[in-house]
Ligand binder design. Structure first.
Ligand SMILES: *[C@@H]1O[C@H](CO)[C@@H](O)[C@H](O)[C@H]1NC(C)=O
Ligand SMILES: *[C@@H]1O[C@H](CO)[C@@H](O)[C@H](O)[C@H]1NC(C)=O
Ligand SMILES: *[C@@H]1O[C@H](CO)[C@@H](O)[C@H](O)[C@H]1NC(C)=O
Ligand SMILES: *[C@@H]1O[C@H](CO)[C@@H](O)[C@H](O)[C@H]1NC(C)=O
Ligand SMILES: *[C@@H]1O[C@H](CO)[C@@H](O)[C@H](O)[C@H]1NC(C)=O
Length: 414
């Protein structure tokens, strides 16, 4: 009796640990943080139509992308390696390069991350070679001033772009080249497949190599200077929800802007506290507040959401997702009712996770009505027509991508 109880507790603990582990990191615990490595979405853009406007997508991103190795530093903003971030579906990356001995190395302020620009580009190129239907957005920022160097940032950037045998062929193949100096519109997904769109946070304006970070084509929420854990974070959360609401409205109005909202914050708070809350739970972090806000149906299409320590629930709420059912295919985002309106012949499926039923509740801005064609391949797809579904971040109609294997946690490269 005693034995079986302990076996039960062992099994139970093992399961609980498996579940809990992923959401805990360095003593912090947060359902919407840390475990984006459980999400496998290396091809979520691939089956979307090429005419799709990039501005219409909800794209998960990371802030200070390369900081996973500097564990415990006040400059650490990530716990997952770049390759893992790509696998999990993240497509916006914040790359901060600083000249050191005439080489571009990745820094967060004065903290060297142990990574180089060459390494970042190589990982991007390999990913795009393996997944040519995807696109990558790279904010490339010149971080602080050069160290012990005789060339300037632009010269170094162009050296890697044109002359370095390790990176020049990849740059020629994968950097998106704007049709004019200072592009006047944000390209479509088709223009960007297999490409890196540089959000140019260096050099001259108009931008030569992408879209200028300060361009009017971008609408950026980045209220990062937070004085304290309390009122400061409450205000930050207001900035986030107002940014996401503007994004939703701007995108629905097809205003052509790319919205970028930062969930990240620092200065008077540690990035990890801002993201995941305090260790003792006295303050809830931005990831959990935003994740719950989105999943309870607020907002709509989000544009790019830039996150510290993202968890799969949060990354998924910005991508098409299998709504907590990991054994099902990954679904496309891109607020699907619009998709259906624009592409009426497309197959649209209402996918609802176990125990969810289509709602036909009262009208609200998050409820829409749409008809769809049938596809009964998978048992947990709701195939009845003209169902009203909540298309907030929770439930929706999704275009199907090919089945993906059941996710298993990915091993973490150091
Ligand atoms: C600075 O650059 C010079 C010339 O390349 C080199 O000899 C020297 O070691 C560098 N100093 C540091 C601190 O890296
Ligand atoms: C893409 O955006 C442009 C400019 O905002 C708009 O004219 C066009 O209709 C959009 N295309 C689709 C497929 O929504
Ligand atoms: C919880 O942690 C925060 C910051 O880490 C601290 O300021 C606060 O006093 C702690 N609260 C309790 C009840 O221990
Ligand atoms: C996920 O969906 C599959 C296929 O319909 C089903 O067998 C499984 O029980 C579901 N799992 C969860 C956790 O809902
Ligand atoms: C779904 O809606 C369309 C358009 O309103 C209508 O023609 C069709 O008959 C409806 N189908 C069902 C099953 O109600």
């Amino acid at each position: 009796m005693r034995l079986s109880t302990s076996i039960f507790s062992l099994v139970f603990c093992a399961l609980a640990a498996q579940k809990g582990l992923a959401e805990q990191y360095l003593g912090y615990s947060s359902p919407y943080s840390f475990d984006a490595n459980y999400q496998h979405s290396s091809r979520w853009m691939t089956t979307m139509p090429s005419t799709t406007n990039l501005t219409h997508l909800s794209i998960p991103g990371t802030h200070d992308t390369m900081t996973s190795v500097i564990v415990g530093s006040i400059y650490q903003c990530q716990n997952l390696h770049l390759r893992t971030q790509l696998q999990s579906g993240i497509r916006f990356f914040d790359i901060r390069a600083r000249l050191n001995n005439n080489e571009l190395l990745i820094y967060h302020q004065n903290q060297y991350t142990q990574h180089s620009y060459v390494e970042v580009l190589t990982i991007f190129f390999n990913f795009l070679e393996a997944n040519p239907g995807e696109t990558i957005l790279m904010r490339l920022k010149e971080e602080l001033t050069a160290l012990n160097s005789t060339i300037d940032f632009l010269t170094a950037f162009n050296y890697y772009r044109l002359n370095d045998p390790e990176t020049a062929p990849g740059c020629a193949k994968h950097f998106w080249v704007p049709p004019t100096l200072g592009p006047t519109y944000v390209p479509t997904l088709g223009d960007l497949r297999s490409k890196i769109l540089i959000l140019q946070n260096f050099g001259s304006d108009p931008a030569e190599y992408g879209i200028k970070w300060e361009s009017p084509l971008l609408s950026i929420e980045d209220d990062y200077d937070i004085p304290d854990l309390y009122a400061g974070l409450d205000e930050k959360f207001q900035a986030i929800t107002s940014g996401l609401t503007s994004a939703h409205n701007g995108i629905d109005n097809n205003n052509g802007k790319l919205y970028l909202s930062h969930l990240s914050a620092s200065v008077g708070v540690l990035p990890i506290e801002a993201a995941a809350g305090t260790k003792n739970g006295s303050v809830v972090g931005m990831n959990d507040r935003t994740g719950s806000w989105l999943q309870s149906g607020n907002g709509g299409r989000t544009g790019v959401v830039i996150i510290d320590f993202p968890g799969q629930q949060l990354a998924k709420s910005n991508q098409p997702n299998s709504l907590n059912n990991h054994s099902t295919p990954t679904y496309l985002l891109f607020h699907q009712y619009k998709y259906h309106t624009l592409y009426p012949k497309s197959k649209i499926l209402y996918f609802l996770s176990k125990n969810q039923t289509p709602t036909s509740t009262s009208a609200s801005s998050n409820l829409i009505k749409a008809s769809h064609t049938h596809n009964t391949k998978s048992s947990n797809m709701i195939t009845s027509s003209n169902t009203t579904v909540n298309i907030g971040m929770g439930r929706g109609a999704y275009e199907v991508t090919p089945d993906m294997p059941k996710p298993t946690p990915q091993p973490q490269p150091r």
